[in-house]
Design a protein around this ligand. Structure first.
Ligand code: PLZ
Length: 441
């Protein structure tokens, strides 16, 4: 491999700029873009743009291409399926891939119980359907969600998502019966027992028969890669059990190896009544799933769940390749090595750079938060400038967080160590440079 990143032009290059201008004349302006670079092809952990530049991929298309954006096994599986048929609609005639994906998820999702799986296409659809199932099973309406949560862009999932701008502003009114509780954010929240007591009070206020589900991300994604304080998730599990509420764990960003376990729930020793997957599940083809206790999932009447493209055959073929890669010996342990490498590069900066407030995450889902020392006033300006500097040097980083002050790293789980290290060295250099400029200003 030639050394990466490998840059031939400015980023974005001339051809990308030309295409971006065409995009502006054709595409709805409501889509934001992290880096206006047009991709020609992708490899295990790099993307090549239309100007011949090779960038290091620390985004994986937002935690989707965990096994790489052009994995040979996935391509072969999808190509073989493509030769056979592209679609039947599972509600019209059946095909085997759908069943095999469901079986794998039933076997591997958290919880020692008989399970069933329903497949859909997008993450938001999985969340919507989990709420449908939970309401049907419990006969209750309420959905309890957490501060700083992200669950999608459909009407119900916008209601469940916390952040107003850009996700919700101007798009309401939203469906009713979504109630928000506090987050056990170790950097910014209250102690975990107080947080749980507040949630307990919210449940008590609404009455015993109100909440159908508590929906929670085991590590918040868009909300800022917030790893909840120890005890929060088990506390929610207990609270749900005490009140006959279903616990729905949204593993759409964290699931399928991202955190070094197949499911992030496993780090906390909990199992949702329903566990949601998407993103990495289809390895880039649209596929999502609700997996959970058979009794709960099968409470829904025949015909109550579905969708034209739900569990599309090409996407199922892709998922079966994803499962094979996840089961390779050493894959999950390698994710632990990714975390160790990231920490080794970033943690020393904590004492060196005042505005570097936190290095956190699990596995290949790691983040750096920027905030003023002492007051913890968020510094989105720093995160944005550092991220932009990384882009200019050929490293594709993303930001996130309620305040936009977090840089997140989501490399493919199969990233080669030299590529990871090259990207991290650039990130560290950019953090130092921007922090020094800041200090001099
Ligand atoms: N739940 C935890 O992370 C998607 C959103 C990007 P969809 N996150 C990326 C954007 O700005 O639209 C996500 C998630 C969690 C649900 C979803 C929704 O998944 O496949 O985007 O619908």
């Amino acid at each position: 491999m030639t050394s990466v990143p490998h840059l031939l032009t400015d980023i974005p290059g001339p051809r990308s700029r030309e295409l971006h201008a065409q995009r502006e004349a054709a595409v709805a302006s409501g889509y934001a873009v992290t880096l206006p670079v047009f991709v020609a092809r992708a490899d295990t952990s790099t993307v090549e743009d239309v100007d011949g530049n090779t960038l290091i991929d620390f985004a994986s298309g937002i935690a989707v291409t965990s096994i790489g954006a052009s994995n040979p096994r996935l391509r072969a599986n999808v190509a073989a399926q493509l030769e056979r048929f592209t679609h039947t609609c599972f509600m019209v005639t059946e095909y085997e891939g759908f069943v095999r994906v469901a079986e794998w998820l039933n076997e591997h999702a958290p919880g020692e119980c008989d399970k069933r799986t329903a497949l859909f296409s997008t993450g938001a659809e999985a969340v919507e359907n989990a709420v449908k199932i939970a309401r049907h099973y419990t006969g209750r309406a309420g959905v309890l969600v957490i501060d700083e949560a992200y669950h999608g862009r459909s009407m119900l999932t916008m209601a469940m998502t916390a952040k107003e701008d850009p996700y919700k502003s101007g798009f309401g009114p939203f469906p009713a019966d979504v109630v928000r509780g506090p987050n056990a954010n170790p950097l910014r929240g209250r102690p975990v027992d107080e947080t749980l007591a507040q949630i307990q009070a919210i449940v008590a206020e609404r009455g015993a028969d109100y909440f159908a589900a508590i929906v929670v991300e085991p590590i918040q994604g868009e909300g800022g890669f917030v790893v909840p304080a120890t005890g929060f998730l088990p506390g929610l599990r207990r609270l749900a059990d005490e009140h006959g509420i279903l616990l729905v764990v949204d593993e759409i960003q964290t699931g399928l190896g991202r955190t070094g376990q197949l499911f992030a729930s496993e780090h906390e020793g909990i199992a949702g009544d329903l566990t949601l997957t998407a993103k990495a599940l289809g390895g880039g083809l649209p596929l999502s799933a609700v997996t959970g206790r058979a009794e709960v999932v099968d409470a829904v009447h025949v015909g109550g769940l579905g969708g034209t493209y739900a569990g599309n055959p090409l996407a199922c073929a892709a998922a079966l390749a994803v499962f094979e890669v996840l089961e390779e010996p050493g894959l999950l342990a390698g994710v632990g090595d990714i975390e160790a490498t990231i920490r080794a590069h970033l943690e020393p900066l904590r004492t060196e750079i005042d505005a570097l407030a936190d290095v956190r995450g699990r596995g290949a889902m790691m983040a750096v938060e920027f905030a003023d020392a002492g007051s913890l006033a968020p510094r989105p300006d720093l995160a944005q400038r550092i991220s932009a500097a990384c882009h200019a040097e050929g490293v594709l980083t993303l930001t996130c967080g309620t305040h936009g002050n977090v840089i997140r790293l989501l490399p493919p789980l199969v990233i080669e160590k030299p590529v990871l290290e090259a990207g991290l060295e650039i990130l560290v250099r950019c953090i130092r440079t921007i922090a020094a400029e800041e200090a001099a200003a």
